[in-house]
Design a protein. Structure first.
Length: 307
C-alpha cells in the first residue's frame, strides 16, 4: 500500500512540474488538409523541384483551411509558402508535419537538424522557425539548418508528454530522415539538436545513427539511465539554462497503468555521462535566442568545435 501511495505521489509531482508552467497552452485544431505531395528520398539534384512541389502542397492546404473557416491556420500557411521558403516535406494533416531548410543544403559541410518538443505545430511554427533562423545566422555559410517537425508533438497539458509513446513513433522517421541526409550529402557533418520532449525522440532514434553529435537541451530526461544506453557513436551533449523550469521536474520513471511515467536520469547529471555545454541563464524557450550563451555553444558544437 505504501509503495502504491509513493508511486501515485511521484506521478502527481511529475505531472505538476511538467504541466503547471504552461497551463493554458492549446493543442492544434484538427483542420482538414490534402494528402501530401508524393516525393521520393531527398536528393541534392532535385532540391528546387522538391521545394516548388511542397510550396504547391502548402498552397492547397491553405485553401482548404480557409474553406474550413480556420483563418489562423490559413495565415500561417500563407507565410510558409513564400518563394524564399524551402521545404523538404510538408503534410498539413493531423496537426501538421514540416521539414524546412535554412541555407544551401547542397553545399553544406555541416548540417544541424533541430528536433522540437511539445506544442510545436503549424499554428506555433513561427517560434520554431525563429530559432532555426537564429542558429543559421550564428553559423557559417557552408552550414545548413533543418527544422524537422516530422512528428505530432504532444501537448504540454496532455498525458502523452509524460511518456515515451510519441517518441517511439517519431524515432524511426527521424532515423530514416538522417539516413536520407547521409546519402544526399555524404560528406556533411550532421548534428541533432533536440529540445525538451524532442530529446526523448532523439534518444530513441540514436542507436546506429550516423551523426557526429546529439545535443540534448532543456531535456526532462531521455527514458534511459545513461548516455551509453543510447548505443550511438555520436558525442552526446547536454545543457540546461539557469532559468529553465524543466530543472525542477523529478527525474523518475514510474510504472503506472500499463505505461511508464517520467524519463529517468537527469541528462546534465554526472551519472548520465553526457558532455556538458554552457547554456547560460536562459529559460526553457530561449535556448536559440540571438546572443544567448546556449546558442553560441550549440553553434560551436555544430561546427565541430569544443563547446
Amino acid at each position: 500500500m505504501a509503495s502504491r501511495l509513493r508511486r501515485a505521489l511521484l506521478a502527481a509531482l511529475v505531472t505538476a512540474s511538467v504541466v503547471a508552467p504552461l497551463v493554458g497552452a492549446a493543442g492544434p485544431s484538427e483542420v482538414p488538409a490534402p494528402a501530401p505531395v508524393a516525393l521520393g528520398p531527398v536528393r541534392v539534384a532535385g532540391l528546387e523541384h522538391r521545394y516548388a512541389a511542397n510550396r504547391e502542397g502548402i498552397r492547397a492546404a491553405e485553401v482548404m483551411a480557409a474553406r474550413h473557416g480556420d483563418r489562423k491556420r490559413a495565415r500561417a500557411l500563407r507565410k510558409m509558402r513564400g518563394v524564399s521558403r524551402h521545404f523538404l516535406s510538408f503534410d498539413g494533416r493531423n496537426g501538421g508535419r514540416a521539414v524546412e531548410v535554412y541555407g544551401d543544403l547542397g553545399r553544406a559541410t555541416h548540417i544541424a537538424v533541430l528536433v522540437p518538443g511539445s506544442d510545436t505545430n503549424l499554428e506555433t511554427y513561427g517560434r520554431f522557425r525563429d530559432g532555426a533562423l537564429a542558429l543559421s545566422r550564428q553559423l557559417g555559410r557552408r552550414t545548413a539548418v533543418i527544422g524537422w517537425l516530422g512528428y505530432k508533438t504532444p501537448g504540454t497539458v496532455a498525458p502523452e508528454v509524460l511518456t515515451t509513446g510519441r517518441a517511439a513513433g517519431a524515432a524511426p522517421r527521424l532515423a530514416a530522415f538522417v539516413r536520407e541526409l547521409n546519402a544526399a550529402v555524404p560528406r556533411a557533418r550532421i548534428s541533432l539538436l533536440c529540445h525538451s520532449y524532442g530529446s526523448v525522440v532523439c534518444a530513441r532514434a540514436a542507436r546506429g545513427l550516423n551523426a557526429a553529435d546529439i545535443v540534448l537541451y532543456g531535456s526532462p530526461g531521455t527514458g534511459y539511465d545513461d548516455a551509453r544506453q543510447l548505443h550511438t557513436r555520436a558525442t552526446v551533449w547536454a545543457g540546461r539554462g539557469g532559468n529553465d523550469w524543466i530543472g525542477g521536474v523529478p527525474h523518475v520513471r514510474i510504472p503506472l497503468l500499463g505505461t511508464t511515467i517520467g524519463f529517468g536520469t537527469d541528462p546534465v547529471s554526472r551519472r548520465f555521462g553526457a558532455r556538458i555545454f554552457d547554456a547560460g541563464d536562459v529559460g526553457h524557450s530561449d535556448y536559440l535566442e540571438p546572443g544567448s550563451a546556449a546558442l553560441v555553444s550549440m553553434g560551436r558544437i555544430v561546427e565541430g568545435r569544443d563547446a
